[in-house]
Each structure stands twice: as C-alpha cells, then as structure tokens.
Ligand binder design. Structure first.
Ligand code: G3H
Length: 490
C-alpha cells in the first residue's frame, strides 16, 4: 500500500501527521471469508487552516502578478515544463498501476490516459510558442501601435474528475501554469494516490509555490478556499451542482473566472436509413467505454421506430461480446466501478424503468456483484423514467424510439445539458439539415461517429449546464489568460 504522509506546498514536501483517509480499490479479492475489498493506501486529510496555508503559498508565489513565475519569460517557463515532462515520463509505470487499482481503468486505457496527457503537454507547449510569436507582432490602428500580450489571471484552483483523474486535472493545470498563473489542485476522491508520484517532479521543475496540492475532504476545505476571495479562477471538471455551489461561495462572484466541464446527457440519433452495423459499433464505444463513465458518453439512444427491433438485436449481440474482467486482463472492456453507490443507483434506474413499462433487452443486463454491473440495454425508454433525463454515468444504455426527427430534436431543446450529439444516417441532405438544427443545441455534432472529447486540438465545451469556458490544446491557454495591450502613439 502507498501510505502518503506528505504533500506539496510552497516548493516543499510538507510532512503530515494528522488524519488520513484509507483508499480501497474497487477490485475485490476472494478470501475464506468471502469477497474482500483491497486496501491500497491512504492520504492526508487536511483541515481548513492547512488548506489556507496552501492557498497563501500560492498567493505569495503569484505576488499580485509580480512573482518570479508570472514575470518569467515564456522561453523559461517552457524550459521548466520541459524538465517536468521528462521527469513525468519516468513515472509512467507507477501512475498507470495506481490508475488501474484506484479507479478500475483497464491497463490499455490507463496507459492511453497517461500517454495522452504527455502528448497534451507537448502540444500545449507548441501552441504557446505559436501564441508567443503572435504576441511579437504589432497592430496599427488610427495612429496607435498596439502589442497584444497574453497575461496570467492569478491563483487557479483546479479540480479534475475521477474518470480521468490525471488527464483532466492536467488539461487545466498545465495551460494554467504555462500562462504564468499559479495553481493549487485537489485530486478527486477516487484517483488521489496516483498524483503522489508526480509531486516531486513538480517540486524539482518549477519555482516554489507555482504548483501546490490540497488533500482531504472537498466539502471541508474547498468552501474555505472559495470564501477567502483569493481564488481568481476555478477550473473544475465535475458536477454542475458542485460548480454552481462553489461559484456562489466566492465573495465577489464577478471577480471569479470559471473554466468548467460539467454534466452531459449526450444523445445518439439513429435515422431510418442508418448503417446499423456502423451505428451499433459506435454506440457501444460511445455508451460503454470505461463502463460509460465519461462526460462525453452516449447516455440516450433514439432509434427510428422502423429499425428498432433490428438495432436492439445487433446492439445486444455487440454487448454480449464485450469482455468483463479485471483492469490488467488482456482485451478487457468492462471493469469494476469506483463509486461505491453507483451499482445501487444503476439498479434503481433499471427498476424504475421496468415499473414504468420498459424491459432489459440483453441477457444478464443489470446483473450486479459488488462493484461490477453488467451493462443493461433498457427499452423502450419514455419520458418520466429516471434514466430519460438523469445522467447515469455508468453501464446502462437507454433506448427510445421516434417517428419524426422532431422528437429527438425537441428532447435536446428541452434538456438542461448541451454538450454533444451523434447522428447516424446515410442521406447527406438529411444529415446536413439535422446538423444545421443541432449546432444550435450542443457544442459538437458527430456524424456516424460516437461522441468524444478528442482530438485534443478540438475545442471542448458545452451549452447550458454542461460547461463554461473552453478547454483544448488551442483554447485552454486562452481560457487561462487575458489579452492585454501595450499601446503607443505613432
Ligand atoms: O469525462 C469527460 C471526458 O472529457 C471525456 O473524454 O471523450 O476523451 O473520453 P473522452
């Protein structure tokens, strides 16, 4: 087990002798007494005054924009990041192992998460070089010469989600520091230990106080940080409710910038003329990759009523070929769920749908053993069922039928979410018409393809309660900075 007894603050690893939180893996082991959860380590649970000490370390490093880091040249900041990335790569095996044991992510997906994060850092550094070249150009208007600069915003609080605890924390933290901000980050509750092997690399690569960590219970320490009024930017990928509560805690809400990736209920629309083999392949990937625990997952499928039976047969077949197992097993698709309450919630959704007239279409759908839930295809889903609107964030595929395209369009219009949609069809004119209507409802329309965040160059955002600000290699550097102008009369 990894018993973490220190954390990074103000350029030093601070020893911790206070309360700790034990971490149990979602993976069970069989013993003579039955199935037992495995304890894989523990981490510090700091109190509000300790969290404030972390905040003050960041505030001191930023020093109202006059600190070493916010005034450092872009070239020097890039050199620090380069040092960090080289050290990070050496920690791959440790981090990947923790990803598997902490959140049950398969070996292949854990490696992908790590490699994608390293690539993201390289691409973001390249993008910063490009922005910096742009900054060296002048604009002349009405006899005034202007030089646009990108300047930092201040102290950034970053919190990533459990499903991409490394990647999505870093998709905020990396651009934030590259732009000259200072950061304190709180690892997610499930997916905490895996950050520990990288803290030393931060310490050795950046000036004191540029990167700081907050460990412990979010509901104890985060409100204190927000209420202090000293957080300039909230970077959160997580729940819409938490984001809205935290924003309200800031004493001057209009001073707070928020870069948020939040809840979503992305729909797939399978048109009458769709290639069903292709649609099923993409819908299975979209709905069940990492057990459906992705904000971009397909969480509601709308199929034209004339193709419903055929589609359900093929979907059920495809699901039956998925391999359920432990994260390290070769070719595994479905793994244990890290959120302890998730299996009970999914069963509740299935039972609710059954009571209201739906059935589970696929054999074994919804069967549950401890942290494992076998994916369930639930059909026909209608308004009033929990899963019609709620974001299940797990291995449950609700399927509804439509006669007219107006029905799924209206579903999206009425939704409180607005992230993505997938359309499956073969008539280019029909697709083009739908795209024109749907681009005003969501922030990405996928044609004959699942919903997803990548490629990481693409803007990642959403409408309504799904996002605020934009992330991506290209957009995040802009989101975590402000354009300032130096103007001189000719
Ligand atoms: O959980 C939300 C993530 O942003 C999903 O990312 O589409 O690359 O799996 P992904």
């Amino acid at each position: 087990p990894l018993e973490q007894r220190e954390y990074l603050v103000g350029g030093a690893m601070k020893a911790w002798n206070g309360n700790t939180q034990a971490v149990y893996s979602p993976i069970y082991t069989r013993t003579a007494e039955g199935a037992q959860q495995i304890r894989i380590g523990s981490y510090p649970v700091v109190d509000a005054p300790d969290a404030m000490e972390v905040l003050y370390a960041a505030v001191k490093a930023y020093d109202n924009g006059r600190g070493e880091w916010p005034t450092m040249s872009v070239a020097d900041r890039l050199a620090c990041m380069d040092t960090f990335t080289k050290k990070m790569v050496q920690k791959k095996a440790e981090v990947v192992k923790l990803l598997m044991w902490e959140i049950g992510k398969s070996l292949a997906d854990s490696e992908k998460e790590f490699d994608r994060t390293v690539q993201y850092i390289h691409d973001t550094m390249d993008e910063l070089k490009r922005i910096d070249r742009e900054n060296s150009k002048f604009i002349i208007e009405e006899g005034i010469i202007g030089q646009v600069r990108r300047s930092p915003l201040g102290v950034v609080l970053c919190m990533g989600p459990f499903n991409y605890p490394l990647n999505e924390t870093y998709t905020m933290l990396i651009p934030a520091i590259l732009m000259g901000n200072v950061v304190l980050f709180k690892p997610p509750k499930h997916g905490t230990l895996l950050h520990y092997p990288l803290l030393e690399a931060f310490k050795e690569s950046f000036p004191a106080g540029v990167v700081n960590t907050v460990y412990g219970r979010g509901n104890t320490v985060i409100p204190t940080l927000m209420q202090s009024g000293k957080i300039d930017v909230l970077g959160l990928i997580g729940s819409s409710r938490v984001a809205s509560d935290l924003k309200k805690m800031h004493p001057k809400t209009n001073r707070l910038r928020a870069i948020l990736g939040l809840d979503a209920k992305n729909a797939g629309i399978i048109l009458e003329n769709a290639d069903l083999d292709l649609a099923v392949k993409e819908c299975v990937l979209g709905a069940l990759s990492f057990n459906g625990q992705r904000c971009t997952a397909l969480k509601m499928l709308w199929v034209h009523e004339s193709r419903a039976e055929e589609f359900l047969d093929k979907l059920s077949q495809a699901v039956s070929h998925l391999k359920l197992g432990m994260p390290w097993e070769k070719g595994v698709n479905l793994t244990p769920l890290p959120e302890p309450n998730k299996p009970a919630y999914l069963i509740e959704c299935i039972e609710d749908a059954k009571l209201k007239g739906a059935r589970v279409v696929n054999p074994h759908g919804g069967e549950n053993y401890k942290s494992i839930v076998y994916p369930a295809i639930v059909y026909p889903v209608t308004e009033g069922m929990k899963v019609y609107r709620e974001e299940q964030f797990g291995p449950l595929i609700p399927v509804a039928t439509f006669k007219s395209e107006e029905e799924p369009i209206q579903y999206l219009i009425d939704s409180q979410h607005g992230q993505q949609v997938s359309i499956f069809g073969t008539d280019p004119l029909e697709i083009a018409n739908l795209v024109d209507q749907l681009v005003n409802q969501v922030s990405r329309v996928n044609i004959n393809a699942q919903c997803q965040r990548g490629p990481d160059m693409f803007p990642f955002t959403g409408r309504k309660d799904s996002a605020e600000g934009t992330l991506s290699v290209n957009d995040a550097l802009r989101s975590f900075s402000i354009r300032t102008i130096v103007a001189t009369k000719e």
